[in-house]
Design a protein around this ligand. Structure first.
Ligand code: PLP
Length: 456
């Protein structure tokens, strides 16, 4: 690091420690050591920090920078909109061209008749809004008791009071001891149970068993991520999402797909549900909707839900200052154009196969690597003492160690180790990644695993 950069880094680091409480960060540690990295610029799959080091962004930051870093067209789209009208509201029936054009475009790329959107500024807001719209829909239909939301263990749906409760990861779910009590977690991916096999030894705790216990007249919606992300990249078994769809139909309950990670090409199709030909009632989106360049989210709903809201003759008391933000929508529109024009979703599918080949190689090479899995460019693997026997590392922080070793080699990837014995590593590079770059990522992970192996 140059002397000038070092002085600036030290200044910013001191100010950061003093003035910012960081999300998903250890506050005590942060107050002692300050920021690990201060990013300066980005290009493609690479990020440069103030020290002049260049890192491969192997997780697209928070699995959201789908088109990669430094895309000037997105900046230009923002500039163009900002210099016309940076912000106008969509309250009181006001509108703006960018939000209309994006809504029309999204209606075209979503499955089935998911043709109307309620705009938000992020993922938590989208899921929170979907819960409220679902409950409010049932209110309008005269079914005022349908309030319960069922989500899955290991699911991650955000950090608002409602979405933290839907999240099935205890650290988040229990934080601050609050949370909407009308939200319960079911066991994840119990396909047979959801199809109706009540003799299954694990039936208790399935979505179906909760509906049975509570009564369908009390349940508003089921929310699932097509592929669970922060819970550890869990791809559902074949038939699972279709079983949930059928269950929701059987009991007249909404199915909400949390596509906040999966949406906009991450899994090699536009939406995660597209892999299983499932049409949910609501799709919640954010992240890849603008590739993270600006904050934008939305709840996309089926026409019948939209039409039910059209019968509501009063002011809809919900909305965010930034719902339908013109600059965010202009960026969202350009982002979708780039995804399609540059074939990035097809690239995600093809590069996903390369990534999985690399992971298979690592699984063969290291006895402690298991359950490598992926869809498109959403991938993960377990680190276990004995994956075949399902024996975890009891005390060793394997995922954190491997991720740290990768970091030393200038690759950013993510550990998931919320519960004892959980050691999952996630890889999710931008959708523009090329074959030689995937090989580089695998080579670095290989070295990091080798370094970890030496500590055993
Ligand atoms: C699947 C999923 N849902 C919801 C959220 C919450 O989104 P946000 O952090 O934008 O509120 C996230 C964030 O990581 C997510 O991965």
């Amino acid at each position: 690091m140059s002397q000038q950069n070092e002085a600036l880094f030290n200044e910013l680091s001191g100010l950061d420690k003093k003035h910012i409480i960081h999300p998903s960060t250890n506050p005590k540690l942060h107050s002692e050591i300050g920021p690990k990295l201060i990013f300066e610029s980005g290009e493609g799959i690479y990020l440069k920090d103030m020290g002049g080091k260049t890192y491969i962004d192997g997780v697209s930051m928070l699995w959201n920078v789908n088109v990669g870093h430094g895309v000037k067209e997105l900046a230009e789209a923002a500039y163009e909109q900002m210099t016309k009208a940076a912000y106008t509201t969509t309250f009181y029936g006001y509108s703006n061209e960018a939000s209309v054009r994006l809504a029309e475009k999204i209606a075209k790329v979503t499955p089935g008749d998911l043709n109307a959107i309620f705009y938000t500024s992020g993922g938590s807001e989208s899921n929170d809004t979907a819960f409220k719209l679902s409950r409010s829909y049932w209110d309008i239909k005269g079914k005022k008791d349908k309030k319960l939301i069922i989500s899955l263990r290991r699911g991650y749906h955000g950090v608002t009071i409602a979405t933290q409760r839907a999240t099935g990861i205890d650290a988040y779910r229990e934080f601050s001891g609050s949370g909407d009590p009308n939200i319960v977690n079911a066991k994840p991916h119990m396909t047979e149970c959801e199809l109706g096999d009540k003799s299954h030894p694990e039936y208790e705790g399935s979505i179906r068993s909760i509906i049975e216990r509570e009564g369908a007249d009390k349940v508003a919606a089921v929310i699932v991520e097509p592929i669970q992300g922060a819970g550890g990249v869990h791809v559902p078994p074949e038939g699972y999402l279709k079983a949930v769809r059928a269950l929701c139909d059987e009991f007249d309950i909404h199915m909400i797909a949390d596509e906040i990670i999966c949406g906009f090409g991450r899994t090699g199709k536009m939406f995660g549900v597209d892999h299983w030909d499932v049409v949910p009632d609501f799709i919640c989106a954010a992240k890849g909707m603008t590739s993270g360049y600006v904050q934008l989210g939305g709840v996309i709903m089926r026409e019948e839900i939209r039409d039910t809201f059209f019968t509501y003759d009063g002011m809809l008391p919900h909305g965010f200052t930034y719902s339908g933000h013109p600059t965010a929508c202009a960026v969202g529109l350009k982002n979708l154009e780039i995804l399609e024009r540059d074939g990035l979703i097809e690239n995600a599918a093809a590069m996903g196969e390369e990534l999985q080949k690399g992971l298979n190689y690592l699984e063969d090479k290291y006895s402690f690597v298991g359950n490598t899995r992926s869809r498109g460019l959403l991938a993960g693997f377990d680190l276990m003492e004995d994956p075949a026997a399902g024996k975890p590392f009891e005390t060793i922080k394997a995922a954190a160690t491997v991720v740290e070793e990768a970091y030393k080699r200038e690759l950013l990837i993510r550990p998931f180790d919320f519960t004892p014995g959980m050691n999952i590593v996630a890889i999710a590079p931008p959708l523009i990644v090329q074959k030689d770059e995937v090989e580089k990522i695998i080579a670095i992970v290989d070295d990091a695993l080798g370094a970890f192996a030496k500590t055993l």
